[in-house]
Design a protein around this ligand. Sequence first.
Ligand code: SAM
Length: 353
Amino acid sequence: MATKNEERIKRLTETHNLPREDFKQLLSTLTDDEAEILYAAARRVREAVYGKAVYLRGLIEFTNVCKNNCYYCGIRRDNARISRYRLDDETILDCCDQGYDLDFRTFVLQGGEDPAYSDARICNLVREIKARHPDCAVTLSIGEKSEASYRAYFEAGADRYLLRHETANPEHYRMLHPPELSGENRKRCLKTLKAIGYQVGAGMMVGSPGQTLDYLVDDLMFMRELQPEMIGIGPFIPQKDTPFGTQAQGSLEMTLHLLAIIRLMQPDVLLPATTALGTIDPIGREKGILAGANVVMPNLSPTSVRGKYLLYDGKICTGDEAAECRRCMALRIERTGYYVAVDRGDHIAVQQS
Ligand code: SAM
């Protein structure tokens, strides 16, 4: 006879949703055997939409200067212990050229909210990347901006925007951020990005300080409403020079359970197996792929600055050349039975039954 959780997994697969209480039960009582059933269901759904392809995103962490002071983040404004850097435009473009030769067809420009990169400068960078590599997608992940800025980047050619909502619960948002940042504005930015026409990525850290099961269910409900094309989730990992430096890290199992649940809720979502997942477990990213993830984001930043984009302690791949990361990633993916696609890896919209 099927267990209650097996019934929940079946219902989630068929209807892409569950009542709140069932999500909570699923997240709090899943056994190892049931987790395997959950992952298998997530793999079937992901393969029905995306086959066995895993999409590559080349991550360029172009600045670790940030005007914000998020309590969890190693590049927060008040962290005086990290050495700050900014990549110049030529270096950023070189990273893309090198990435293109390594089969990357998406470039993700990520950074702190750094006023040195004006809208005009970001637009020029986007235009130049698109001119050099017209078959590639450009993703921006540079935080909260005005609608006018988001429109300008989009008109310059940016295709996608990653902005994790961090937590959908306003009270929890206040626990993670200083008063000048609000969950309301974060959500407004996401809605604006969607309305402009970006493929949008939301998401949160798993196990961030103060997070409860109720808050996680709030996250699932928020994403169900927003229907982002991408969802980035990874474990919270403490960084010693932040206010949360002595907090516990997020759990591998909870992250994998959530990846699989999100895949079943949104079969067509682009779901990365994150670097943070690979940091808390030597084969965390492979486990993520086997729980329904279908994207990986190897680093294309110059090795000279890699170690300085320290959002959290122990971050992997900080010493490797881009070519080495690419090779290593292909081998890791192949070992899971999937393959790395040389493709922009756009979102495939599937009508939900
Ligand atoms: N400034 C941009 C923004 O706010 O979206 C992009 C850079 S921000 C550093 C990228 C993501 O890193 C955040 O959305 C957050 O979820 C994640 N992050 C920051 N500190 C982290 C930590 N200690 N553990 C895990 N993830 C973390």
